[in-house]
Write a protein that binds this ligand. Structure first.
Ligand code: ATP
Ligand code: MG
Length: 404
């Protein structure tokens, strides 16, 4: 359809569909829909998409816009199942069929067959089947006029024209873009994410963000034990994650961890260093969680992926600690994680390398089958008070605040 035809026939609209929200009770659904609408607005503004109005209407959100980027950007918002850029007209058969004919003629090439799919809600003088048939006929005639050979195939068509009839307005579209699904950001509280510069933890964070969680990344800068680009990678990954939930003030905790590492390594058996490093991260994350009034800790652990992530180690690392740890990637294969990392935009950051080892404290042969009490016994050997170390480390954290 040319711009001129579009202008004369209809205003342009983006239909936004959401899924699981509709299972909620009315009060909850209302609140979630309002949040989703605000989040869509923030996403459009973040990407400089112009629109005149965003409107909620019976289980759908409609964006009034002529900006061609609107649908693609709205399809990034958590909670959105799919979107369709559409043309609208009054729910009059003559208008609907004329619009279908124009759109059909624009998208159906000679030799291609087509189908019209219609849905209807409200009171009208026609059924959805009737309007589908009338639209099919209108397209047929328009294709003939244009010198093409029309052919209908309702089972396996080359092209589909969708018609959605509502009480007073109708929408015609041909394209549906998948959204991420899940819940709108801000509906499932805040969680800490242990975010490294690696591939896994940004993906773990994103999976939980998709379920509506707002994240507070906590990054351990092991300074003298870490490669020089690790911190930069973690912060860049955090920024990419924040760009999925734009329009908010965001915070990253950069934890300076060298003092603990040095003291811990003086008494810890060589093979248990990773175990004790991890346990300290969990303790710090727990303290930051309380400070931030958050309700969980997310990690990128994936069972068996590296030496430290055996079930025995994971149990020993957390033995005696009472923390709500979430490992959304626990059952994922590496390639599945890589595929998501590429899709969400963190992969290229995570694989940046300057040839340096990323962690200099990792022993040659780390423990892979820790006994239950291994970490607790190592902590008993510490020459410093662990709670004081946690408190001091959190107090000395650098808090990076940004608006994205
Ligand atoms: P990732 O790719 O996320 O770095 P990994 O495969 O390298 O994970 P580990 O190094 O064992 O695995 O880390 C497991 C999890 O511990 C990470 O996914 C992350 O949640 C957390 N973690 C590891 N290193 C750090 C760090 N420097 N700062 C914050 N969290 C970390
Ligand atoms: Mg790592």
């Amino acid at each position: 359809m040319t711009d001129q035809q579009a202008d004369s026939k209809a205003t342009t609209i983006v239909i936004v569909r959401y899924g699981e929200l509709s299972l909620k009770s009315k009060g909850v659904r209302d609140r979630y829909e309002q949040i989703l609408k605000n989040n869509i607005q923030q996403m459009l503004e973040f990407h400089g998409v112009s629109f005149s109005k965003i409107q909620r209407d019976f289980g759908r959100i409609f964006i009034h816009t002529t900006d061609p980027k609107a649908a693609e950007k709205a399809a990034l918002v958590f909670g959105v199942v799919s979107v369709s850029p559409a043309y609208s007209c009054l729910s009059e058969p003559a208008e609907i069929t004329a619009l279908c004919a124009d759109i059909g003629n624009e998208m159906i090439h000679d030799g291609e067959n087509y189908a019209v799919r219609a849905r209807r809600t409200g009171n009208h003088s026609f059924t959805s089947n009737e309007i589908a048939r009338q639209c099919g006929d209108a397209i047929w005639n328009k294709l003939l006029e244009a010198g093409k050979t029309p052919a209908v195939d309702l089972t396996n068509p080359d092209k589909e024209v969708f018609v959605e009839v509502r009480q007073s307005e109708s929408y015609v579209y041909s394209e549906t873009i998948k959204g991420p699904g899940g819940f709108p950001t801000g509906t499932q509280g805040k969680m800490i994410v242990l975010l490294s510069g690696g591939i896994d933890s940004p993906v773990a964070a994103w999976m939980m963000m998709r379920r509506g969680v707002e994240i507070i990344p906590v990054f351990f800068d092991n300074e003298e034990y870490a490669g020089s680009i690790v911190a930069e990678k973690a912060i860049d990954n955090a920024k990419v994650l924040f760009s999925w939930t734009p329009g908010r003030k965001q915070k990253i905790y950069r934890i300076k961890n060298s003092e603990y590492m040095t003291k811990m390594m003086q008494t810890t058996g060589h093979k248990n260093i990773c175990l004790m490093c991890k346990r300290f991260m969990f303790r710090i994350a727990g303290a930051v969680m309380e400070k931030e009034n958050a309700s969980g800790i997310i990690t990128g652990s994936s069972l068996g992926q590296v030496a430290s992530q055996t079930a025995e180690n994971m149990l020993s690392e957390t033995y005696g600690l009472s923390l709500p740890l979430y490992h959304p990637l626990l059952a994922f294969d590496k390639q599945e994680i890589v595929d998501i990392a590429q899709k969400i935009g963190t992969f290229d950051i995570s694989i940046r390398s300057n040839g340096e080892k990323e962690c200099l404290a990792v022993p040659d042969k780390p423990e892979v089958k820790a006994v239950l009490t291994a970490a607790v016994l190592e902590e008993e050997k510490f020459t410093f008070d662990i709670d004081e170390m946690v408190q001091k480390t959190v107090e000395e954290a650098e808090i990076i605040v940004m608006k994205i």
